[in-house]
Write a protein that binds this ligand. Structure first.
Ligand SMILES: C[S@@+](CC[C@H](N)C(=O)[O-])C[C@H]1O[C@@H](n2cnc3c(N)ncnc32)[C@H](O)[C@@H]1O
Length: 212
């Protein structure tokens, strides 16, 4: 049942992946992008298809998901390089400090054992000046966000998106996002939480002074 709803909800998810892939050139033309909690690799594949000058990486804690991502990547066509996938935990990423220009993540934050610890590891692997775009299911979307999603995708897709949220019963509330952003232990300073359809986007930037 959950898989059926997830399938029907895919228009909203794919719309988000496309939006992210198309938003990247405004901040990054060349360099390395990491997707954390990449699942079956749909977002890294889309980013690599839309941005041939980027080196795209995807990590996920699940080896089964990474196997599926690699299969999907082999079946896809790319104008530039293929994305690279590896098993990895956001709490301890196997990349050197300052390796990435941009880190993205969709619907994974609420799985992390500790959001601040995970984001501090994101901070470590980002170059100074690099950004992190962390999207998650938004548990308490505003009426404005709801009507925006209805307008863009139609009532049916909206209903499936909300049903999906109901069944998975996970996501992040606006208060949880604010608590993470204001946690004194968070190395990112001045981050924002913005509505993005039915997702909440934590947008973070590593200051040009490297704190580590
Ligand atoms: C709901 S899925 C989202 C997958 C994909 N980002 C998408 O948009 O379809 C959440 C993913 O986060 C991964 N995950 C959970 N905890 C993680 C961790 N500590 N480090 C890295 N990935 C993790 C899960 O294995 C899962 O693939």
């Amino acid at each position: 049942m959950v898989n059926l709803i997830r399938g029907l909800y895919s228009a909203v998810r794919e719309g988000l992946y496309q939006d992210i892939a198309l938003a990247i050139p405004a901040v990054l033309k060349e360099g390395r992008v990491l997707d954390i909690g990449a699942g079956k690799g749909r977002l890294p594949i889309r980013i690599a298809q839309e941005n041939p000058n980027l080196d795209v990486y995807g990590v996920d804690i699940s080896s089964k998901s990474i196997e599926e991502a690699e299969i999907s990547s082999r079946q896809a066509r790319f104008p530039g390089k293929r994305p690279r996938f590896s098993v990895g935990d956001v709490s301890s990423l196997a990349f050197e400090d300052g390796y990435f220009d941009l880190v993205v993540s969709t619907y994974s934050l609420h799985h992390w054992p500790d959001g601040v610890t995970g984001l501090n590891e994101v901070y470590r692997v980002l170059k100074p000046g690099g950004e992190a775009w962390i999207y998650d299911h938004w548990a308490d979307p505003t009426p404005k966000a709801v009507s925006g999603i209805r307008r863009r995708y139609g009532n049916l897709n909206y209903i499936f998106a909300r049903l999906h949220m109901h069944f998975i019963r996970h996501g992040i509330t606006s208060k949880q996002a604010s608590d993470i952003l204001n946690d004194p232990a968070l190395l990112f300073k001045g981050g924002t939480a913005k509505e993005n359809g039915l997702a909440l986007l934590l947008r973070l930037k590593k200051g040009s002074l490297n704190r580590r």
